[in-house]
Design a protein around this ligand. Structure first.
Ligand code: SF4
Ligand code: SF4
Length: 356
């Protein structure tokens, strides 16, 4: 159960009220629920931290790098940057429970121009932060925004590429010494492991669009009015039911079928097996957008080319690097089987299974 905002801790009373309600009325389920929250970290205090620890929350704190980089874009209404307060609050968590801090607190880093990737790496390698393993990196979306127009993005992208190349050299040096860097591992290794673990069986006669979930199964995003949506990445434009009447299978299949209309070219696309694009790549506000899909496909293919080159280089230099435990993505396989059975005409059966 994850809590998102804006900034979710603005409604901290509601969040913990909700958990206390579960604790009181559905006590037996509580140990099975994993709680998570993405927060900007500015509202954390001792009492909130104690509750987060009590319910074993995983928290993802938005932190973009050292003070000058973080404060460029993460500011309070009065214009002041939030870096000092976020770091003070992270230190507070560490002083209350170091193990919790290192195992349950991660960082969400938005990499925005002007790019200074190496300084961000150095910052996350400092004593204060280097042991936290979960790091999520994302860029600024370039669709429907004028934000990037203020930069020379050609020069910036060139800069970013050379910074990446220098960091990958650094990563190789660490690998050669059997040393570890959660930051570099997240940056270079995680996505390559996805390539390594790809499903390699022959492509079946009908292959459903690679990255998609069956809406409602993997995640359900519940808004404050009790309406169900696919997930936080898709937003509020496509309701799939509500807390009173449950999932609406008609709306779900409408979304799946409409999405299928945008996947015709996937049949001839070289990155079919490795592509993870889903509804979120087509949905723009309350509707599907062809243009957004086109841009996302281009970006995905470009990104995959780089990743494949990196995968081959690293596999050659470090043959054991990817020989870690292999887990087949059983959930995706289940979803494929399920959609297959529905399309073969077992509508009533599929509907029943979906409701359950
Ligand atoms: S990101 Fe895509 S695949 Fe994942 S839950 Fe959301 S809609 Fe489903
Ligand atoms: S990049 Fe686009 S066309 Fe290629 S498989 Fe992914 S969604 Fe399909």
């Amino acid at each position: 159960m994850g809590f998102y905002g804006g900034e979710p801790l603005i409604e901290q009373k509601k969040i913990f009220g909700c958990i206390e309600y579960i604790e009181k009325n559905y006590h037996e389920y509580l140990p099975k629920i994993q709680f998570a929250m993405t927060t900007n970290g500015s509202l954390l205090n001792q009492s909130i931290i104690n509750k987060l620890i009590k319910y074993n929350f995983s928290i993802l704190v938005s932190l973009d790098g050292p003070k000058d980089i973080h404060d460029r874009y993460r500011r309070f209404k009065n214009g002041e940057g939030s870096f000092d307060i976020v770091m003070k609050n992270l230190d507070l968590i560490r002083s209350i429970d170091k193990e919790y801090y290192e195992t349950k607190v991660g960082y969400s880093i938005v990499i925005a121009p002007p790019f200074e990737l190496e300084r961000i790496y150095e910052f996350f390698s400092t004593e204060r932060l280097k042991n936290n393993r979960v790091i999520l990196m994302s860029g600024v979306e370039d669709h429907n925004t004028g934000f990037l127009d203020r930069f020379d993005m050609y020069a910036e992208s060139k800069q970013l590429r050379s910074q990446e190349l220098r960091l990958i050299k650094q990563y190789k040096k660490l690998l050669a010494k059997c040393e570890d860097s959660p930051f570099l591992e997240n940056m270079f290794f995680r996505s390559l492991m996805d390539i390594h673990k790809r499903i390699v069986r022959p492509i079946p006669k009908a292959l459903y669009p690679n990255g998609i979930c069956l809406p409602g199964i993997q995640k359900t995003f519940v808004d404050t009015k009790g309406n169900f949506h696919m997930c936080e990445k898709v937003g509020l434009g496509f309701s799939i039911g509500n807390v009173h009447s449950g999932f609406n299978s008609e709306s779900i299949w409408k979304i799946v079928n409409e999405y299928l209309g945008y996947t015709k070219e996937c049949n001839d696309c070289w990155c079919l097996r490795l592509c993870k694009l889903c509804y979120a790549s087509v949905i723009q506000g309350p509707e599907f957008s062809k243009e957004k899909r086109r841009l996302e496909c281009e970006r995905r293919k470009k990104g995959l080319e780089t990743l494949l080159q990196r995968y081959v280089q690293l596999s050659e230099e470090f043959p054991d690097l990817f020989n870690k435990e292999y887990h087949e993505d059983t959930l995706t396989l289940e979803v494929f089987k399920f959609i297959d059975s529905w399309h073969s005409g077992h509508t009533a059966d599929s509907d029943r299974r979906m409701q359950s």
